[in-house]
Each structure stands twice: as structure tokens, then as C-alpha cells.
Design a protein around this ligand. Structure first.
Ligand SMILES: Nc1ncnc2c1ncn2[C@@H]1O[C@H](COP(=O)(O)OP(=O)(O)OP(=O)(O)O)[C@@H](O)[C@H]1O
Length: 240
């Protein structure tokens, strides 16, 4: 499997405060890679750098072999930010249409992708409502649908299931596994341990550093524990 995302010695400060410190990671083609860590540990800051939204950092990031930020690579990434970037005055469908048009999808493909993405997040019955009338969970679901709209090769999802009920959360993870089996590469941030268990490989983040990493079973073996939570504690992360 080739490397899709490579970060080398990535550091970032806001003023005098260093929020990422010498991050090294490699995300391989066709895997689900999880960044797990408590609130404020630096996950969002890191994914913004990985997707090319923030170029003000030290170190190197390459996505699909190109130094980021890179315009050609951007269209191959579906990014779901933590705060929803939606148009509240427009309906769910109009939001999807708008983002699909940015990627210049042809009419038929656009229709298919909108139907697929809306169904995936169970928003089909709500597409004609204005987004301002959506609940927080519905907005998250619409943001996920938008990240998928152009059928990107790489998905980068920042806490995609926050505010989403357990049943839909399971079906979203099921779909992420299916997308992975199709060959997509997925990076996901979470602070939910049972979601971390579903990742192929993990990086545990604390105070802007990767404190340990590996597959869930490798990590549990290495630290001789039964739960990932205990790995986090033993690796020096205290409680998540
Ligand atoms: N624009 C900013 N200016 C100053 N400090 C910032 C800024 N953005 C983030 N930070 C700080 O950087 C650190 C890392 O924040 P970040 O949002 O990356 O963490 P996180 O792990 O994603 O947390 P959460 O799970 O709550 O989203 C925090 O201490 C945060 O306060």
C-alpha cells in the first residue's frame, strides 16, 4: 500500500504557545487512520494542516506526493470540518447542489451523488427544509454528505459523529468501512474509544504530540491492556 499522506516534523504555534510539536505520521492508501485525543490536544489544528487549509506551520506535509497546500490535490479530498460550513437560508438539497456545482459534477452524476450522500446520512426526507431549521445532528449529517459529494479519494473527517445518535453513528461507521473497502483513504478524529477501535491504525495525541501509535490490537498488546483507554493512560496521556 502506498503512502497517501505523509507529515514530517510538523510543528505549529499560536503566538508563544506551541500546539503541535514534531508530528510525524504516514497514512496509507485504503486505511482508516484515527487521531484520538482529548479536547484541545491539537487534532483539529493538525487536520487543517493535512488538508492544506493552514500553510503556516513548520515541517513538511505531502498528500498524494504533492507538498500541501496544492490546488490539484484539494479536489481529491473531502473535508468535514468541526464547525459546520453551511448556508442556513438554503435548503439541505440546495446546499448539496451548491457544493456539487463547485466540483463541476455533470447533471446526472450530481443527481446520483446527492441522492447517495443524502441517503447515507438519512436526510432524504428533510432535503427540502431550510438548514436553519435543522438540529445540530442534522447539520453534522449534512456536512458529512457534503464532504462525500464529489466522491473524493481521501476523506478527512473532524469528529464526524458528534451529536449523532448511536444508530446512525453505527451506520456511518459501516459506510466508512465500505468506502475503505472501495479503496478510499480516511482520516478521522475522535475522542470516542469505541470509534478508535474501528480504525486500522491510530495516533494518540496529547498536548500537541503523538504519544503512541499503531493498530488497536498492536497497541493493546504492546501495553498489555484490554482497552484502548488504558493504552492512552499508560502511554502518558492520563485520562481522555
Ligand atoms: N486560532 C487559534 N488561536 C489560538 N489558539 C488556538 C487557535 N486554534 C486552536 N488553538 C489552540 O490550539 C490547541 C489545540 O486546539 P485544537 O482545536 O487543534 O484541539 P482539538 O484536539 O481539535 O480539540 P477539540 O477536540 O476540542 O476540537 C488548543 O489549546 C486551542 O486553544
Amino acid at each position: 500500500m502506498g503512502s497517501i499522506i505523509v507529515a514530517k516534523r510538523v510543528s505549529k504555534s499560536f503566538g508563544k504557545k506551541e500546539v503541535l510539536s514534531n508530528i510525524n505520521l504516514t497514512v496509507k492508501e485504503g486505511e482508516i487512520y484515527g487521531l484520538i485525543g482529548p479536547s484541545g490536544s491539537g487534532k483539529t489544528t493538525l487536520v487543517k494542516i493535512l488538508v492544506g487549509m493552514d500553510s503556516d506551520f513548520q515541517g513538511e506535509v505531502e498528500v498524494l506526493g504533492a507538498a500541501m497546500p496544492n490546488m490539484n490535490v484539494l479536489s481529491k479530498i473531502g473535508y468535514m470540518a468541526q464547525s459546520d460550513a453551511l448556508y442556513p437560508e438554503l435548503t439541505g438539497e440546495e446546499n448539496l447542489q451548491f457544493f456539487a456545482s463547485l466540483y463541476k459534477l455533470k447533471k446526472e452524476e450530481r443527481k446520483q451523488r446527492i441522492a447517495y450522500a443524502a441517503d447515507l446520512v438519512k436526510l432524504t426526507p428533510h432535503l427540502s427544509k431550510k438548514v436553519m431549521a435543522y438540529s445540530g445532528g442534522m447539520k453534522r449529517r449534512l456536512s458529512l454528505a457534503i464532504a462525500l459529494i464529489h466522491n473524493p479519494q481521501i476523506l478527512v473527517l473532524d469528529e464526524p459523529t458528534v451529536g449523532i445518535d448511536p444508530e446512525l453513528r453505527l451506520s456511518i461507521w459501516h459506510e466508512l468501512s465500505r468506502l475503505k473497502n472501495e479503496g478510499k483513504t480516511i482520516v478521522v478524529t475522535t475522542h470516542v474509544m469505541d470509534e478508535a477501535e474501528k480504525c486500522d491504525r491510530l495516533a494518540m495525541v496529547r498536548d500537541g504530540k503523538i504519544i503512541t501509535g499503531g493498530s488497536p490490537s498492536e497497541l493493546k498488546n504492546q501495553y498489555a491492556v484490554n482497552h484502548l483507554e488504558e493504552v492512552f493512560v499508560k502511554a502518558g496521556g492520563k485520562n481522555i
